[in-house]
Design a protein around this ligand. Structure first.
Ligand code: PLP
Length: 380
């Protein structure tokens, strides 16, 4: 057999030079303060809030615990309207709070919850809406806000993909009652593992800070059934360092995205998501839709054949959350309720994009895709 081509994965975490990180570690070693709101934690919280242009941030050990805690903090109960087209943690966070998820279909352009279908899913048990800014594409936040106001619902955005994204010049993480970020290694901004809740006011941040630390308000006062979800000092140090490199990395991904857009536009049957001029993107994902009727191959065939070229794409998001055993018996999980999500989940393919992806590798990905699609044409 021929040598396997070098493997290109869908993403790769950005790591600054180890020499840049060592001084932070030395400080941690000197202080022997490893977690519990240490100096780096405090500094990162401040710098991150300033960087993201948001009033208050509470740091977490990961995004899932941030989601679970956000739902606790707002005392959400009963039913919550959400999307089946996301990473499972979105719906799991409801389950862990004893809440019944109610799935609403997505719109086909950007894969976000279809705001025009939310109202029909509201029942007397509904207390909140949990949308996701999928791939960093902003949801229809204005419409969602109006519905929430009319029906007295809370809105928590899963903004795990939307780090730094702006809509009409304003951070999308300011929308809704709370927004959640994830700093997992696979995300464009990472702290190994990590997450955050973005809060509108100091009182809410205070409550969230208690909840993520067992409910402790002081040494002897426990104000509620808190959990342990604190970010540690090594994570916070990594966050501070990542901030310094963020914009450079974003611009690198922007260049890759524009090469993809230019080159892939010429491949019949590979459909790109439309761009919204009002959005400042973070270029964290590059989803395309494979139109089998034109390509002559299914998305899964393209996905498998790309592997032979060493190109490892991901089927984000497939399968739908509503199809997993925990959720598939729910009435809202019926395929008839989710026709768009059901179609998109079989078409979507996320291509590799990360700041250190070389232009040679980008070219190889494009070349491989063209080859695979042309082959079928010649055979058929
Ligand atoms: C990554 C992700 C999460 C979970 O974040 P973790 O930090 O991995 O716990 C939640 N929702 C979405 C949409 C994600 O992509």
């Amino acid at each position: 057999m021929k040598d396997q081509p070098k493997k290109i994965t869908v993403t790769q975490p950005f790591l600054p030079g180890l020499d840049e990180f060592i001084p932070y570690l030395e400080k941690i070693w000197e202080s022997k303060w490893l977690t519990n709101n240490g100096d780096f934690h405090q500094q990162f919280e401040k710098e991150l809030a300033a960087f993201l242009e948001v009033p208050f941030i509470s740091l977490f050990t990961n995004g899932t615990l941030a989601l679970i805690t956000a739902i606790q903090a707002l005392r959400i109960t009963g039913e919550v309207i959400t999307t089946p087209y996301s990473f499972v943690a979105t719906t799991h966070s409801l389950w862990w709070n004893g809440i019944k998820p109610v799935f609403v279909d997505i719109e086909p352009n950007w894969c976000n919850i279809d705001a025009s279908k939310i109202e029909a899913a509201i029942t007397p048990e509904t207390t909140a809406i949990l949308p996701v800014h999928v791939y960093g594409n902003p949801c229809e936040t204005e419409i969602i806000r109006k519905i929430a106001n009319t029906y007295g619902l809370k809105v928590i955005y899963d903004a795990a993909h939307a780090f730094g994204v702006k809509h009409n010049g304003s951070p999308v993480t300011l929308c809704g009652d709370l927004s959640i970020l994830s700093f997992h290694s696979t995300k464009i901004f990472h702290t190994f593992e990590g997450g955050a809740i973005i809060c509108p006011d100091e009182k809410t941040k205070q409550r969230i800070d208690y909840l993520k630390n067992f409910g402790f308000a002081d040494e002897v006062t426990v104000v509620g059934p808190g959990i342990n979800a604190k970010m540690n000092e090594v994570q916070a140090a990594m966050g501070l360092l990542q901030l310094k490199h963020y914009e450079t990395n974003r611009l690198k991904r922007m260049t890759i995205a524009s090469v993809y857009r230019k080159e892939l536009a010429t491949i019949p049957g590979i459909i790109l998501q439309p761009l919204n001029d009002a959005v400042e993107y973070n270029y964290g994902y590059f989803p395309v839709y494979v139109d089998e009727s034109i390509v002559g191959k299914s998305r899964d065939e393209v996905y498998e054949e790309l592997k032979a070229y060493g190109v490892f794409t991901r089927r984000y998001f497939y399968p739908l959350i509503s199809s997993f055993s925990t959720y598939r018996e729910l009435p809202s999980s019926a395929i008839s309720n989710l026709p768009v999500a059901t179609e998109i989940t079989l078409k979507v393919l996320c291509l590799p994009i990360y700041s250190d992806l070389s232009s040679e590798d980008t070219e190889r990905i494009i070349f491989s895709l063209k080859k695979i699609i042309q082959q079928k044409k010649m055979n058929s």
